[in-house]
Design a protein around this ligand. Sequence first.
Ligand code: DQQ
Length: 497
Amino acid sequence: MTSPTPAATSAATPHTGASNPTHRPRYHFLPAANWMNDPNGMIYWQGVYHMFYQYNPTGAFWAPPYWGHATSTDLLHWQDEPIALSPEPGSYDEQGCWSGCAVDDGGVPTIIYTGVSQGRQRPCLATSHDGLRSWQKYAGNPIIPTPPDIDLLGAGAVVDFRDHAIWREDGVWHMIIGSGLRGVGGAVLLYRSADLRSWEYLHPLCVGNLAQGAPVSTGVMWECPQLLAAGDRHALVVSAYGDGIRYTLAMTGTYAQQRFTPQLIHRLDYGDDYFYAPQALIDGQGRTLMWGWLTEGRTTEAQQADGWSGVMSLPRVVALGQGGALCLAPAPELEALRGERLQLGPQPIGASATLASVRGDCLEIHARIDPGDADRCGVAVRCSDDGAERTRILFDRAAGQIGIDATQASASSSANNDARSGPLALAPGELLDLRIFVDRSVIEVFVNGRACCTGRVYPTRPDSLGIQLFAEGGEAALAELQAWEMRSIWGAPAAER
Ligand code: DQQ
C-alpha cells in the first residue's frame, strides 16, 4: 500500500476545495477539500472545542483514514489544525487510523483509535504534549492484541472490533468498543483499565437482536458506540449497520452493574445515514453536544468532480425528552449567524403558496403550522420558479410521519432524490413546529423539540431558491414564520471554501 505523506491541513494551506461551489455548505464545517467522514475525539479542552474527523487528504473518496483536526472557541468558526494521525506503512495502522475518542489522562490529551492492518481492527493509543497539536503513537500499540474470544461462552463470534468511547468510573477507566456477534446482532464490548494501556475485558455492555424488526431493526454490527448520561437515565448511542440498514440508534435505559438495559429504542435522526456515526462531548457549560457525519446523497463521480465529500452536522444539544427519547436541538450559538429577520403570519395555507419575501439557499426558517384538516402539510425549500425542483419538509398527519421528501429535489441523475421520514404524532391542538436549516446541499430539520431529520439535496437550477408553504387534502394555517439569511462561517467570499 502506498501512503502519501500530505502536508498538514493548516490555516496556511490554500483552499483547494470546490471547483463548483453550488452545493458546498457555507455555515457547516467541512475540510478545505477531499473526503471526510466520522467525527472523532471530540473534546472540550481548556476553553477550546477540538474536532477530529476521519479524513482522506488525497481525494474526495474513502481511503485508509487519517485524523483531520479543527478547533473552535465559539462552536461556529473553525480553524484547521495539522493532521493529527496518519497511517504508518507496514505497521499496525497501515490500513488506516479508524474512529476513536480523546480523553484527559491527568492533563495529558490521549487518543484511543482503531488501527487497522491486514483486516485486523485493534485499539491503539496516541498522546500529545504540545496542546493537542502533534500526536505521538504509543510504542506498545496495539493496546489490545485480539478481540475477546466470547464464542467460548456461546454468545457468537465477534465479527468486528472497532470505535471507542471511554469514561472514568470509581477511579478506573472504562472503554466500550463497537462490535457484532455472529448470528446474534450488534454488540458493545466493555473493558476496564487503570492506565489506558493495559485492558481487561469484562463482558458485553449491551447486545442487540438480529431478529428484532419492531420498533426498529438493530442490524448486524454496532459502530461508534457512546454511553451518555441523559437526565435520570443513560443513553447508549450506536450506529447500526448491516442487513440493509445504516442509521444511528439511541437507546435510553439504565446503566447498573456495568450493564446497560435499554427501555426505549429509536432512530436518532430520521434521515438515517445522512446523520451517521455521531459523537458527543461535554463542554464547559456541562452541555452534551453532538455532531454527526452528513453523508453525501449523490454519486461518487459527482463527489470527486466537486473535489469534496462529507460535511459535519451543526452542533446539536443532547437532552432526554419527556417521553424518555433522546432529543437533539440546534446549539443556541447558531443564532449568531442570523442576518436580518423576516416575519410572516398568521395566514391560511392553501394548496401551495410561494413566499415572495423569503428566498435563498443559506437560511434558517422557523415555522409554526396548524395542520387544520389537511392530510399533509409543510414547508418546501430550494424550489425553482416553475416548480420543477423542490424539497418538501412534509408532515403526513394520516401516516403520523415527518420527513424530508427530496424526490423532486434535483433534475440531476447523479442525485439520490430520496424521501426519508419517521414517526411524529401531534397532541390535540399542538402546532407543527419546524426549525429548518438550509445550507445549499444540506437540510437539517428539528421538529417540535423531539425529532430531527437530515437530508442532502443537489438542485441544478440557479433559481431553486424559493420557499413554499403547502397543504393537501384540506386547509392548514401558518401561525408564524420567521426566516433569517445565514452568514458564512468562512468570512469574506474570497476566503470561502
Ligand atoms: N467509519 C470508520 C469506522 C467506523 C465507520 C472508518 C463508521 O471506524 O466504524 O472510517 O462510519
